[in-house]
Design a protein around this ligand. Sequence first.
Ligand SMILES: O=C(O)CCC(=O)C(=O)O
Ligand SMILES: [Fe+2]
Length: 216
Amino acid sequence: MVVKGAQVKEQTIFSHNGNRIKTEDRDINIIARFEEPLVVVLGSVLDDEECEALIQLSKERLQRSKIGSTKEVSDIRTSSGAFLTDVNNEILARVEKRVSAIMGIPTEHGEGLHILNYKPGQEYKAHYDYFAPTSKAAKNNRISTLVLYLNDVEEGGTTTFPKLGLTVCPQKGMAVYFEYFYNDPLLNELTLHAGAPVVEGEKWIATQWMRRQRVN
Ligand SMILES: O=C(O)CCC(=O)C(=O)O
Ligand SMILES: [Fe+2]
């Protein structure tokens, strides 16, 4: 625990301070932080070529096979997406490595990058990224999330944290990080978030969810 004035702040997984994160191949700007629960807005995580490559890889995946893709008929998430697992690609590997450095968790704990595409009217209603403690998946539960924005959205498509009164506007190459591995369950519950409906244009994101332990 870190004592800050009269307040006691819980330890976080994210360990970067200051204005910049230095990774092997890129310096990432820390734009804004909400301290508890920790939500960090990051700039210059991906360059244009990387954003476009991830979109292209997911388009190929969605086309090639319906297996491994989720064209869900769900009220909670109306967008369509695919995991980029078992994809052998240099840019993907580079991005996964950088994401791991930002999150401070080895790639092996990640589920693989998940690409989502929202068309106008599509959204991801308010949810938690961690699984209910009673579920089977909670044995190796998620602990942190990085959402990478792969394009600029004309209107709408913000990431909102209704319990924090916080809204993040999608900008190509930027990202939002948050974690929910606090001892205090109330802090974890404050990470409720949503992908607001896209109004104009479309929205592409890549999400990395990290687990407490390795994923097989
Ligand atoms: O679309 C967004 O902005 C949020 C995505 C999200 O919540 C997720 O991928 O878990
Ligand atoms: Fe989420």
